[in-house]
Design a protein around this ligand. Sequence first.
Ligand code: R5P
Length: 311
Amino acid sequence: MPVISGSNCRDVAVALSNEMGMHYIPAETRRFPDGEGYLKTPSKEFSSIRSEPVVVVSSTFPDNGIIQTMMLLAGVADIQKGDLANLKEEGDQVMEDLGRKIILAIPYYGYARQDKRFSAGEVVAAEVIATHLSGACEGIVILDIHEPKVLEAIEHPISCVTAVPELAEWLGGQVRPDFILSPDKGAVDRAKNVAELIGVPHSYLEKTRIDAHHIEHTPKDLDVSGKIVAIVDDMISTGGTICKASDALRRQGAVEVHAACTHGLFTAGALTRLAKHVDGVHSTDSLSNPRAVVSGAPALARGVSDLIDRL
Ligand code: R5P
């Protein structure tokens, strides 16, 4: 079963193909001078793509990742359908239609946080993207999506997978935390699962978001005096949430605070800001970043296997 990716998440795609013992196909990508993307599947891979279901690995982030995902899905589908007509008249123009068989594996589902219409006129972008992509493949695997409920209306098979087991193993071995904290109530299940795997207690903070850059935590008594604490979240963007949570933990006597997440976005200055508030930052490689110490490939592989069984 081949695994194909564009430039968007090549390392994760290679890791997934190694994890599953699959053949990796790098699609050719480049950019036109005006910034538009170009994508081509190498013709030497056509027979492999036509002989088995294909796993397309692509993130919907940043925005051009969405375009690249759509182009990959369409390119693979054309090859499987035998629609190879081209202006240079290279190779076969038309081949037998073998039917589309594509699983899309998404390491980082961008737009996941736009999962509710808070105000009339807003777009639930997370659902819009899933609707479009799910119609272009047979099933989707998504790694640690912010809120899986946003996918409830999608009719096609979706497997939501988590890197919690791998993050817990890393934290248990490297950080040895005494306590796991979720920086908000929404992420408490993730923190609970990490805590249970390591065998330590957990809790959460009540968070109110003021705007994209500012949040507030309601004070809460936590049994963290003299303890090493790991804050676990699905993603870290500006780092504001983690910095505030860490400050709350230190005020209550935590001696060491670490931050762990699946998706290390680390927008401008986040790592510098975090370095002033926490003792360590640990992330998966769903997005390429300097704190990627845990592989997202095993979780994606679990999702691909699940979908293969269901399709
Ligand atoms: C929001 O609910 C998410 O789970 C994260 O807590 C949030 O996106 C982190 O953003 P930032 O690092 O900018 O505070």
